[in-house]
Design a protein around this ligand. Sequence first.
Ligand SMILES: [Zn+2]
Length: 218
Amino acid sequence: MDKIKDIFEEFLKKDGTLYDTIQRYRDLVANEIAKEQTIDGVLMGPRARREESKLEVSDLMVTARPFLSKDVGKDMDAYYVTSVRIMRHKLAHSLGKAEPAVVHLSGIDLGVDLVKKGVIKDIESFSKVFSLLKIGVVDIFNEEDVDGEKKLDVRVYECISCSGLPNIGHTVCHYEGGIIAGALKEITGQDVKATEIRCWGTGYSVCDFDVRITPKKG
Ligand SMILES: [Zn+2]
């Protein structure tokens, strides 16, 4: 099988606007990673962490999505982004500590379904569907083999859940991580785990997922 990153780079070359957008974000994130620190075992980006870790509705209404909003306008984009975030916010309130795991599992279900129903067919359509559904701009930034598993660095820029949020000291995009894991699991036919290691919620301008692909057991 060709490297997933190589397939993605081939696709990027066909779309100049997306290519330029992703290059700009790669530069921005490289700068942020150069300034990051690890605090209590959590990677922290350069945006100052605020004391209050609870999000208010006014926080949820702040968005940073120049690429994904360009066909509908910034205001319209902010409306549906805010409604998705308020729903997630209410879920978090109702589910408490179970919320990250529950939301992640429902993301996996959606990712699997999108492939099973033929909406996502391959790595190219995986990226396109993320943009079309306005979830975020996918970047497969790196791929390497580590300890018998494939390690992918998958990034999401302009994420529907977190782009524009303040640094509240923890990552928030369990749903997007689930969609990535579920879709890649179906595309590759292997076991896939996705863990968000950088996020707007921890002071970056990106969601960065550590994705591990291992041969299916049994
Ligand atoms: Zn995030």
